[in-house]
Ligand binder design. Sequence first.
Ligand SMILES: Nc1nc2c(ncn2[C@@H]2O[C@H](COP(=O)(O)OP(=O)(O)OP(=O)(O)O)[C@@H](O)[C@H]2O)c(=O)[nH]1
Ligand SMILES: [Mg+2]
Length: 577
Amino acid sequence: MSRPGESSLLERSRALLIRAMTFYRDDPRTAGWLRGRLERLDQPLRIAVSGKVKSGKSTLINALVGQHLAPTDAQESTQVNTFYQYGPEPRITVHTPHGSTQNVPVTTLDPATIRDLQRWRPDEVARLVIEAPVPGLQAISLIETPGVSSSAVQETGRSALAQILSEADAVLYLTRYPQQTDVQFLQSVHELQIARSAPINTIVAFSRADETGNGGSGAVPSAEKISQRYRDDPTVRSFAQYVIPVVGLLGQAAATMTDDDFNTLVALRRLPEKTLEALLLSADRFANSTTPESVPASVRQGLLDRFGRYGVAQALTALGEGVSDPKKLSAALLEASRLNDLQEAVYQQFIERQDALRARSALLAVDMALRANPRPGVQQLRGEFDPLVFHATGTGGRAMEKLVDDGLIAAVLDITTTEVCDLIAGGVMSAGEQRLDAIARTGVPYVGSCGALDMVNFGALDTVPARYRDRTFYEHNPQVTLMRTTTDECRRIGEFLAAKLNACPGPVRFLLPEGGVSLLDAPGRPFHDPAADEVLFETLEGEVRQNADRQVLRVPHNINDDRFVAALLRAFRDVRG
Ligand SMILES: Nc1nc2c(ncn2[C@@H]2O[C@H](COP(=O)(O)OP(=O)(O)OP(=O)(O)O)[C@@H](O)[C@H]2O)c(=O)[nH]1
Ligand SMILES: [Mg+2]
């Protein structure tokens, strides 16, 4: 079942889908659907390009693919889900809502043919699949969805859009100005039942960034500032891994620039400085001025349509700075369009993590099949889980939360939360301020406890900061020195954890081991300090807003006691429902 060199995540996804298929031998439709999902594990990663009408989806697809394939239009809007994927020959397939398919004979692909097919109504055409022999589609397939809030989406409802998004491994969401409705939309997608159990990886592109403000030379830098604000916004962060400005139009022009474009730009650059300045004062003047005749108005208009005002200005600046051939100019413009950065983000967030993204899609597929066609035996597939162990070393906590974010973790037993001590007191094993945020983002069932909240980790004794000279230490070994947390630190640790737990929408149990939070904290051991522990427990009890779903529970044993373990397991069964 597994392939040589295949990661264990992919191997498990393959195995899960194959096992699920065996439960549907008598149901060829579901089995066939699952087989399709299995085959997808060997196909390029699928990225949905979504966003409002006219947010620049088609333009950005062309920029990413490096070819003018998707029709871009100022008036009509794309109404049909359109898949752009790699194929050895140009090919267009129309899928009807009833499941039949039809090949449209083509020898070449051009936007006009695709546009004609996109004019069909969504009840006539469910999706268009465009296959193109372009290298840009070898690692990823792109799915353009109809604009959010377009008539197509209004008619078929959000569920059709959610359906397409559920077929994607990741989402590139475009927004012209990150507005409230976009945020609401993204949240609503995340709140869908299926997404909640497996949140989808999303990059938000602040598109058409050259039009920010008055569209002048400061447009892209100010789009960058706005993006930064959104990156820091906890609501946006909860559904998007990345927010990045991009000028798709310039990306498209740079990726498809011809020698004629280059020669026209060079001819413009050679004009006397004053003539050029006057020409660049407004888009209208640039395209319609009767002079210079050496570059006729119609040619200028064409350039403006393809590059935009910002793009033309950037190209002329680059030429002025000594860029001397089309290749170098194209590279400079790709940089100015921020397409390079977007591609890098797609690479880092999606392609490099594709095994996790694919595993999420496989889990989601099995979950969807089960919900649609419940089978007694197959239920158990969902109930089975493999324990994954993470060490509380800073990187361990972060790795666990990354997998939680990827929707690959069914429930969390977070017994040793000691990374928080290192965050609060400056130890060497902090997992950062974001510890527990993935639990809040996803609502994954969570059981936590106070493991090792009595200790901060340092390296060798002589590396401990001087300000801590008078504290209680325990030399675990020559490389590891542990420092007892104080009452004040315990209160701050309790406050930190309580605030995080209060943000968790899923079921939460947090257990307080009254007999000590570590072996060193047991009676007679060097870190035994019931007063400090009591401050920790009371802070948690006082600050966590408890209800039926979110409970803080005292257990009268040491955290390493079997009876404490039994209480943890009871809580675990409880949150798993
Ligand atoms: N200035 C500027 N215009 C852009 C940019 N991207 C797209 N446009 C223009 O915006 C209009 C719509 O672009 P499309 O790429 O067709 O947008 P879309 O989101 O695919 O639109 P629908 O599919 O119809 O919803 C076209 O006129 C594009 O030329 C950009 O980065 N800058
Ligand atoms: Mg479009």
